[in-house]
Ligand binder design. Structure first.
Ligand code: GLU
Length: 574
């Protein structure tokens, strides 16, 4: 009973709450109303609306799904600070929205005429936490995003050996629609047109009793399961007809395949092409694709239905192919910069998988020279500059440039780092003392930057220091340290108000090789505290923070998230 009571107290005030409040608590964790693990609780809560709920009623309502309610309330989902994470995603989303470069695919009218301004980002974690921004419910043809799934379907049905008699696994480095084959005459991989056409042929050859449309329907059913049936999977007749009208190059590929390596079980070439083109004409939304990506991130188990949609082994192979060949002939650069398995399509979708964490999908029709959505790729890059999502961020030796890791609560981590620092300083640890001194130097240099240190500034600084280090500094000692700071700058030949600040930046640069992510973050935090002490970051302070971040090799995107976070905490202007 004790634990249940504690859980209740998280949502109750003076022994009572409302169903709506409990619902909001669940919603804030990112879990949607249709999540299979909380469906009963959420349905009950919705029925009760604003009614007051006491402890006994609470126990009865959540009893059936207690474990999950506990996880949602106690922030034990894979992304604990979900609301914070959503705000960060929104910061990046807005950033990318200003990019209007690139242009729509124009080989068929429906893509040429699509609204180029559309911009949507949807995220789904492997725990089923979901969010969407902008045009996430706009249906568009999935085009090449269909390719990895057709491959997964073939692997599942036909097995690895038979499937790979007809397709390779090498990145081609050539345009997606090239008429190029491996020396052994198989297509390079399942993500280039030749490979995808072959996979369509393989799937068609395994279902001789079904028409091309019936086969497409089976694949659409698989998509529906992957995205947890949150919305119907559509088919665009118009896209299909236009695709067929403009498919000369794809037909050339099909004939080449038949002439060179032969088609699986001598399947009819036209049936193969119709399955391929209709898979491209399947329509989904970014929200749906983000859940499908999350299912792949979760080893084939859909996070919001709990269904094992694809065997984990098939998912591993599919992700490997996406990793090496998913972003057309820019896949190598994408892997280097973003380091995640992804697949794009010419309608403007990008579907990205962060294994064991989340899937996300973007939608924006303007494409770059490779055929990838400009904003989609830019979003991926910017995300990876700010978060430890690149697959090799895990071998950074604690030096990612202070990228965020949403798997851990940032607040909890920072508190722990501070506690550790105070403890180590109190025992005379050399490294911790250096970090503490740099923190203090930052605070002093920022305060000095507008000339002399006034008494009120000294008091603000002392307060910020006390908050961080949990000890009241001696004002006299602080004053002395400030003077020492100025003198050091003069000795280094730096004069005037900015001298001390320039000396600080120089010192940070020098010390950088010794500082791990935790220390850099704490130093930036110290700088941040004094800059924000008066409730706003003035342009001068903004520049200083940027210089400090730069000297500490903290990416400016990370600093921007920090600034946006600070601004969110300010009271709204009246
Ligand atoms: N329907 C397109 C084609 O086969 C696919 C385009 C794509 O998204 O790459 O040419």
């Amino acid at each position: 009973m004790e634990r249940l009571r504690e859980l209740f107290d998280l949502v109750a005030h003076h022994g009572t709450t409302t169903a709506a409040d409990i619902g909001t608590h669940i919603e804030n964790s990112g879990i949607g109303a249709d999540d299979f693990r909380l469906a009963t609780t959420i349905a009950l809560l919705q029925k009760l609306g604003d009614q007051p709920i006491d402890f006994e009623q609470f126990a009865a309502i959540v009893g059936d799904e207690l474990l999950m309610v506990n996880r949602a309330f106690r922030r034990q989902l894979v992304i604990p600070d979900w609301q914070e994470f959503c705000s960060d995603i929104e910061t990046v989303y807005r950033h990318v929205a200003t990019d209007r470069s690139g242009s729509n695919a124009d080989y068929i009218p429906i893509l040429r005429d699509a609204d180029p301004e559309r911009w949507g980002v949807a995220v789904c974690s492997v725990d089923g936490q979901r969010m969407g921004l902008g045009d996430v419910d706009v249906y568009h043809s999935i085009q090449s995003v269909s390719k990895p799934l057709t491959y997964a379907f073939a692997l599942d049905r036909e097995g690895f050996d038979f499937t790979h008699q007809f397709v390779g696994m090498e990145p081609s480095g050539r345009p997606f629609n090239a008429l190029d084959l491996l020396p052994d005459e198989r297509p390079y991989n399942p993500c280039v047109n030749a490979g995808a056409i072959m996979m369509a042929g393989l799937v068609a050859s395994g279902a001789p009793h079904l028409s091309d449309r019936e086969i497409t329907q089976v694949i659409m059913n698989l998509w529906a399961k992957l995205c947890g049936h949150v919305a119907p999977v559509h088919f665009s007749e118009e896209t299909m007809l236009s695709e067929r009208d403009t498919a000369d190059n794809n037909f050339a590929i099909a004939y080449l395949l038949r002439g060179r390596c032969g088609l699986p079980r001598s399947v009819d070439l036209h049936k193969m092409m119709d399955v391929y083109l209709s898979c491209c004409s399947i329509e989904m939304t970014a929200r749906m694709l983000s859940i499908a990506a999350a299912t792949l991130a979760n080893g084939g188990v859909c996070p919001i239905t709990g269904e094992q949609v694809l065997p984990t082994d098939v998912v591993k192979k599919t992700l490997s192919v996406m990793q090496s060949a998913g972003m057309y002939d820019n896949a190598g650069v994408f892997t280097l910069e973003v380091g995640l398995p992804a697949k794009s399509g010419v309608a403007g979708a990008v579907m990205v998988v962060i294994p064991n964490l989340m899937g996300f999908a973007t939608f924006s029709p303007r494409l770059d020279a490779y055929g990838n959505s400009v904003r989609g790729v830019s979003f991926c890059r910017q995300l990876v500059e700010r978060f430890t999502f690149h697959m090799y961020d895990s071998i950074s030796g604690g030096r990612t440039g202070c990228k965020r890791d949403p798997r851990a609560s940032q607040h909890t981590r920072r508190q722990r780092d501070l506690t550790d620092l105070r403890w180590a300083v109190s025992h005379g640890d050399r490294y911790a003392t250096k970090v503490r001194d740099l923190m203090l130097d930052c605070m002093i240099s920022i305060t000095l930057a507008d000339g002399e240190i006034e008494a009120s500034e000294l008091a603000t600084m002392a307060e910020a220091y006390a908050e961080l280090m949990n000890e009241q500094p001696d004002p006299g000692a602080l004053q002395q340290q400030a003077v020492a700071c100025q003198q050091r700058a003069v000795q280094e030949g730096r004069h005037g108000a900015t001298g001390a600040f320039e000396a600080l930046v120089e010192r940070l640069r020098r010390e950088l090789p010794l500082l791990d992510d935790n220390s850099r973050e704490l130093i930036l935090e110290a700088a941040f505290r004094v800059s924000c002490a008066d409730g706003e970051i003035e342009p001068e302070e903004d520049l200083q923070l940027r210089s400090i971040a730069e000297a500490l090799a903290i990416h400016e995107g990370v600093l921007e998230l920090e600034i946006a976070r600070f601004q969110r905490q300010l009271p709204a202007p009246r």
